[in-house]
Design a protein. Structure first.
Ligand code: URA
Length: 265
């Protein structure tokens, strides 16, 4: 029996209110719009809305999923707050340990907690989305953004944004193994796209992929006989990791456009 698809809560709220979709205008719901604009993170915004602290165009709004226009006048605790949302992208150097998920059943912690611990005060109000995933034990470049369209761009198979990984492996990969990695091989979820592969040391492989399937680097190296011992992501697009472990920095608009080939226009 096929499982019935659940209608998202924001869509139900929009239908209930018969909100017209304005062509060219970005559809959004109140709690998410507050998070994207940096007024307060989404969970906090939901609480504030339920507590009756948020007004939209002069009326208290108690529905976190209420559709909202970017031009609405929004007040939080009586203060006018803009819903204008600049595109913000952060480079974060993920240490081994935290999980790329909203919560961690193993109690080591999440990358979102690690990020918030090092964010300057002016960036604390945003809701952050990780652009793709890294395994718990993988270190290196993880991007965060307040804009889901960048998440889509960074993770979509169509964008083909290259991701550069450095893996230390068990054994010394042969030229034949490198050739298989480059040509593409068949994993249980299908063939891999051609990749760049080169040895940086007898037991260290640099692999550049233009796709990002689950555990892909580990599975590719295991498939050619060299299981991964450590894995580090060095670059995404033309953006190379340049902050110390655990630290983050905000990218300039030019970096986002040039290295990640993304524009919010
Ligand atoms: N490939 C993997 O196997 N793990 C990662 O964390 C990223 C890519």
């Amino acid at each position: 029996m096929s499982r019935k698809q659940k209608t998202p809560r924001w869509l139900k709220a929009a239908r209930r209110r018969k909100t017209p979709v304005v062509p060219g205008e970005r559809a959004d719901w109140l709690a998410r719009a507050l998070g994207r604009a940096g007024v307060m993170p989404r969970a906090e915004a939901e609480r504030a809305i339920l507590e009756g602290r948020v007004e939209v165009d002069g009326r208290v709004e108690r529905e976190p999923f209420a559709p909202v226009s970017p031009r609405a006048e929004v007040r939080v605790d009586g203060q006018v707050r803009s819903l204008d949302a600049p595109l913000i992208v952060l480079m974060f150097h993920k240490p081994a340990g935290p999980v790329v998920a909203g919560w961690d059943r193993e109690g080591v912690g999440t990358v979102f907690e690690r990020l918030r611990a090092v964010l300057p005060a002016e960036l604390q109000g945003f809701e952050w989305y990780a652009v793709g995933r890294l395994d718990r034990d993988t270190t290196g470049l993880l991007l965060f953004t307040n804009d889901e369209r960048l998440v889509q761009h960074g993770t979509s198979p169509e964008a083909h944004l290259p991701k550069c990984y450095v893996a230390t492996v068990a054994g010394h990969p042969t030229l034949a193994a490198l050739r298989m990695l480059r040509d593409g091989l068949v994993l249980e979820d299908g063939p891999t796209r051609p990749a760049e592969a080169q040895l940086l040391a007898p037991d260290c492989v640099e692999l550049v992929l233009t796709e990002g399937r689950r555990h892909q680097v580990k599975r590719m190296l295991a498939a050619v006989g060299y299981p991964v011992r450590t894995l580090h992501r060095e670059a995404v697009g033309r953006l190379v990791l340049d902050v110390p472990e655990g630290a983050c920095r905000r990218l300039t608009d030019a970096e986002v456009a040039e290295t990640l080939e993304f524009s919010s226009e």
